[in-house]
Design a protein around this ligand. Structure first.
Ligand code: SAM
Length: 244
């Protein structure tokens, strides 16, 4: 279920109404919702709050500071992901099946590639769109097509990608490039929307998409989804399984 959108002042009401209409929920200024999971619209943009998250702060996407900004600034040092992509004279056409916070997508974009990124969560999709609209880095998003869809329904109608990239949610406690606070909030968002994942089933569907290469990001010690790996790029805590 999508929780209500709380707006901070009457100025935001028309935007809150419009967004609520699009995503199939209600808008409200009633403070009784403040202690429940909710979306919040204020002058500083759209955010999500969950009372059971460890962080008492609202969750908002900011592409111009914090870990995303830092990783994009040093994109050229991301040797593992560059090695997994391989050398290419031409920009690659990448399908990022698991947009998340767009951190990996932003690396691909800053390396000059084109990305179609899919996010199954409606809440996360609108938080990402809001983050993009507030970002100063408009030019980097020119080669991004961000789509709200589950990759399993998208897969059947797609072709023409060089790379299929898949970074499913890690099981609890596994290290990832996203901070545990960010991952916890993504998990809370999925829980709020009652979205359950089966990464192995997703993987089986993704393997049917015609592409030059499929790259799967895994925790270093996790089992691979298939024994047909062509090669692996190993990091300290994560690895990329590459299928050709
Ligand atoms: C671990 S996060 C990805 C992090 C991302 N690579 C980044 O750098 O920010 C996984 C994300 O993929 C989304 N996801 C998982 N399975 C999906 C599917 N079958 N279709 C679309 N999105 C999916 C989840 O909702 C979650 O936001």
């Amino acid at each position: 279920m999508i929780p209500p959108i709380l707006y901070a002042s009457d100025k935001q009401k028309p935007f809150a109404d419009e967004l609520a209409n699009k995503i199939g929920t209600n808008s409200s200024s009633n403070i009784k919702f403040l202690d429940l999971p909710h979306l919040a619209l204020s002058e500083s943009g759209l955010s999500f709050f969950h009372p059971e998250a460890r962080s008492s702060k609202k969750f908002q996407i900011d592409f111009d500071s914090g870990s995303t900004h830092w990783r994009v600034k040093r994109a050229n040092h991301e040797k593992l992901i560059k090695k997994a992509l391989g050398k290419s004279e031409e920009p690659l056409n990448i399908l990022d099946c698991t947009a998340g916070l767009l951190q990996d997508t932003l690396l691909f974009l800053s390396l000059g590639h084109k990305v179609t990124a899919l996010e199954q969560s409606c809440i996360l999709f609108y938080l990402l769109q809001d983050g993009i609209s507030r970002s100063d880095k408009k030019s980097i998003f020119v080669n991004l097509d961000l789509i709200h869809d589950n990759v399993r329904s998208y897969a059947s109608m797609t072709e023409g990608f060089d790379i299929i990239y898949f970074d499913p949610m890690y099981s609890h406690g596994k290290k990832t490039a996203l901070s545990s606070g960010q991952l916890e909030y993504i998990a809370k968002i999925l829980e709020t929307e009652s979205i359950k994942n089966d990464p192995k089933q997703d993987f089986d569907v993704l393997q049917l998409i015609p592409a030059k290469k499929m790259i799967v990001k895994r925790p270093i010690k996790a089992d691979s989804f298939s024994s047909q790996i062509n090669y692996q790029v190993l990091g300290k805590t994560t690895r990329f399984d590459v299928y050709i």
